[in-house]
Design a binder for this molecule. Structure first.
Ligand code: ZN
Length: 400
């Protein structure tokens, strides 16, 4: 276990309590992997740690703001940090260095040897359970919530149980053959078992993916399946038409995931529609990578900036779309700076040379911000983040 971490000299922070928003607190304390105290609570908590003889590292934030670590709600991991599309190694570390402290798999469908044409129920369950187990045992950040059961015909309750027991989080409709067969009763059973075992249902939206054999879903089909999360609602990479999306927004309560690799025009319009309906809590953020768009370490941060800048959303709410909304949609911890939450946070500021003086004004102008430090599980994981340009001031760390 790493020492406790006292983050001080903050320029403020984005807090989850008592309401989501910016606060002027200048310090926070992390211990045992969690946020222990924020603002006025830090002094007493620090004295208590010192009485117990616990070592405390000090991170001087140099006036940067603390925000929750970003959560990429849509990745396609294979094994550890290995990517096969494009081939490479270390992609999860590059995302961490652009502020991503957690990610959620939307299917391990680029696993070498994988083919949707031989995806039997047994193979789908084994692939997901194996991934959940393997990623669940990786200690290095970012956290990867893997183990997504790819929905195919003739899965049974035991397959759902097996995946959930291994730590899997999602069920994904991407290859399921809806066309030309009666699927309603089977999908109803899948929804029931997903709910029973705490798995989140996701569905591929819009035109087919780069592999060319994923389903094409329209408003009728999405409304009938009623997934919890509509993956890449602005296109992966091809979106549904505007009317179909408006119908889904109207008829369902699903989360709408936005990615950088889809249509930015649709992102802007969808955010505008949800803003007018006061339903921005339905937005989640992802990258849908590694895949046809390559890898995108800064993807989540850029989507947050696009939500703010193109969608005319205040920066605090835009950041919430890429943090707490993703956690809530997937039933995972994190995404919020509050006592008891995982201590996954970033110290951010306008990039050196930006014409915008604050984090909020930069994001609302559609710019990314610089990541001065990434804290994961209460330990400094990047100082500064290597995959954003640096903020004007850089934090410094004193270890005990
Ligand atoms: Zn995907």
């Amino acid at each position: 276990m790493s020492p406790a971490l006292h983050v001080r000299n903050l320029g403020g922070l984005l807090a989850a309590e008592p309401a989501w928003g910016w606060r002027t607190d200048r310090e926070l304390l992390c211990a045992h992997g969690r946020v222990l105290a924020i603002g006025a609570g830090v002094g007493p908590a620090l004295r208590s740690l010192e009485r117990d003889g616990e070592p405390v590292a000090v991170l001087d934030a140099a006036g940067l703001l603390a925000v929750p670590g970003l959560i990429d709600g849509h990745v396609h991991p294979v094994a550890g940090s290995v990517s096969v599309v494009p081939p490479g190694h270390g992609w999860t570390d590059t995302y961490l260095n652009a502020g991503v402290t957690a990610m959620v798999s939307a299917g391990e469908l680029t696993f070498p040897g994988f083919s949707s044409s031989v995806l039997t129920p047994e193979a789908a369950a084994r692939l997901a359970a194996n991934s959940a187990w393997a990623f669940g045992n990786i200690a290095t950040p970012p956290r990867v919530y893997a183990g997504t059961l790819l929905a195919v015909p003739e899965l049974d309750r035991e397959h759902f149980r097996q995946v959930a027991q291994a730590g899997g989080k999602c069920v994904k409709y991407i290859y399921y053959p809806f066309a030309g067969r009666r699927w309603e009763a089977e999908v109803a059973a899948y929804t029931k078992w997903a709910d029973e075992f705490g798995l989140v249902t996701k569905m591929h939206a819009g035109g087919t993916s780069y592999q060319g054999h994923s389903l094409e879903a329209d408003a009728e089909l999405v409304s009938a399946v009623a997934p919890r999360v509509l993956a890449h609602a602005n296109g992966g990479p091809i979106p549904m038409d505007d009317q179909a999306l408006a119908t889904i927004v109207e008829r369902t309560g699903c989360h709408l995931e936005l990615i950088l690799g889809g249509s930015l025009r649709v992102l802007r319009d969808l955010v505008g529609l949800l803003r007018e309906r006061d339903e921005l809590h339905r937005i989640t953020v992802g990258t849908d990578t590694p895949g046809g768009n390559g890898t995108m370490p800064r993807g989540p941060l850029q989507v947050v900036a696009a939500i703010a800048g193109l969608g005319q959303v205040d920066a605090a709410t835009a950041l919430r779309c890429g943090t707490e909304n993703v956690a809530r949609a997937h039933g995972i911890p994190g995404g919020a700076l509050a006592a008891g939450q995982p201590a996954d946070l970033l110290l951010v500021g306008p990039v050196r040379g930006s014409s915008h003086p604050t984090v909020a004004s930069a994001l609302e102008a559609g710019e990314i911000v610089g990541v001065g430090a990434v804290v994961s599980g209460g330990a400094v994981a990047a100082l500064p983040g290597r995959y954003t340009p640096p903020p004007a001031a850089l934090p410094t760390l004193e270890t005990p």
